[in-house]
Design a protein around this ligand. Sequence first.
Ligand code: AMP
Length: 147
Amino acid sequence: MDSPIAALLERKGSAVHAVASTITIAEAVAEMNKNRIGCVVVLEGGRIAGIFTERDVLRRVVGEGIEPKSARVADVMTRNVHTIHSSATIEETMTIFAEKRCRHLPVIDEGRVKGLISIGDISRWVADSSRAEADHLKNYIAGGLHA
Ligand code: AMP
């Protein structure tokens, strides 16, 4: 839990799926489906201008009756994007997910995009770490019994 996000990114990779804010919602959704991801980062002039997630499709598009083939992703994205530094710990990141009520966080170090962490990535990391720790303890105990 006190491992840095950088360690998770080393395992996961640094790919961040980004789209231009001028594309339609339908095009953004196609991009998400093609890559089997739950969000895209939205760029304006090469900079992060927003984030668009499957929750937005549900609430702001379907829920509001917006036409995805004509409306632009810029019209429904969230503009105030929360980000984390790669030195943030797994535990700190979990707290941000809970406090900000979101499931995706771009990782930015000194203005550079280093990756994107989802709440699913954190769950997998925690599950893997618990399993590794349990295996380690089992081996330790078994070793002690055989000594
Ligand atoms: P999510 O739970 O990540 O699907 O997103 C829930 C809501 O929070 C949606 O309106 C997203 O646009 C927004 N959201 C998701 N991630 C972020 C983020 N890193 N910063 C700001 N808003 C976000």
